[in-house]
Structure formats: C-alpha cells, structure tokens
Design a protein around this ligand. Structure first.
Ligand code: SME
Length: 158
C-alpha cells in the first residue's frame, strides 16, 4: 500500500469519495483489528482535521477506549451513558449539533462542541462505536452519517 494518504480537496462528498477507497485498501491486507482501527482513525483525522476521532469497543456492559487520534479521552462509558452509550442502546447514528444540549453528554474534553457517533453493528449487535468530535458547533450532517456508516461497514471484527 502507499505510505501516504492522498488528502483530497473539494466538497465533503468529494473528500469521502477520495478517502473511502484508500481506507478500504489500507485495511484490506491487514487482519489485526487494532492496526486497522488505528489507521482508520488516522486517515479520518488527516483528511478532515477533526478535533477527535476514535473508537470505543464493547466489553461486557461498557464501551472501552480503542485506537483514536486526538486528546486523551474517557476510557470507559457505560451502556446508555453519553452520546456513545446512547448510540449503542439505540443502535443508530447520533448527530449532536451542540453537545451542551445533549442530556448526559460526557465531556471528555471541554473543547468539544459537536459530535457524531456511528455504531458498529454485526449480527444485529453493537460491537463498538466510531466517535468524532469537533471544536466547532454543528459540524456533522447526513452526508457524514452516510459515508461514516460505509466506513465502519468495512471493518472486519471477526
Ligand atoms: N462525548 C462522548 C464521550 C467520548 S469523548 O467525546 C471522546 C459521549 O458523550 O459519549
């Protein structure tokens, strides 16, 4: 694989269109989950320069911090708690335009203002989430949801 990510310019759709085949190629030859989650987080961070991009994986009744890019973060989130735990329970992507308006939001960083959490679902069970934070309000929309759901679908958790 190429060592350098080609960082695309243009609309958000154009950026995802350029990024997704690169992520697919990046993880296709590697079977190690930590390696692949690390590279996906890095590729998303490099393309979009969001404040925080990372994964939490389900362990029993908690989400546990997994590979990420950004500032230090909460290590464990109970099922149903925060945006991440709510996405787990609801089995759906949650877009939060203003984290201060989300009841129970867990502030791992005071700099986070908006957030999207995409559940990773296998055999109808949530096995983890992709969590992305921005230091700007209202940074995530349906376009992000559509493409980030495609990205998490690429992850091989077997
Ligand atoms: N804000 C998240 C916690 C994880 S950090 O943002 C990395 C939440 O409310 O679940």
């Amino acid at each position: 694989m190429a060592e350098d990510l080609v960082v695309a310019q243009g609309s958000k759709e154009e950026q995802y269109h350029a990024l997704i085949p690169q992520i697919a190629a990046l993880i296709s030859l590697e079977t190690d989950l930590v390696a692949n989650l690390g590279n996906i987080a890095a590729a998303l961070k490099e393309q979009f320069n969001w404040f925080w991009v990372g994964f939490y994986l389900v362990q029993k009744d908690e989400l546990v911090l997994a590979p990420f890019q950004g500032t230090i973060a909460c290590t464990r989130i109970k099922k149903g708690k925060g945006v991440c735990g709510s996405s787990w329970v609801q089995k759906q992507t949650l877009i939060v335009p203003d984290v201060e308006q989300f009841p129970g939001h867990i502030a791992c960083s005071s700099q986070s203002r908006s957030e999207i959490v995409v559940p990773i679902i296998r055999e109808n069970e949530v096995v983890g989430v992709l969590d992305i934070d921005s230091e700007k309000l209202d940074q995530f929309d349906l376009t992000d949801q559509v493409y980030l759901e495609k990205i998490v679908a690429l992850i091989d958790l077997s």
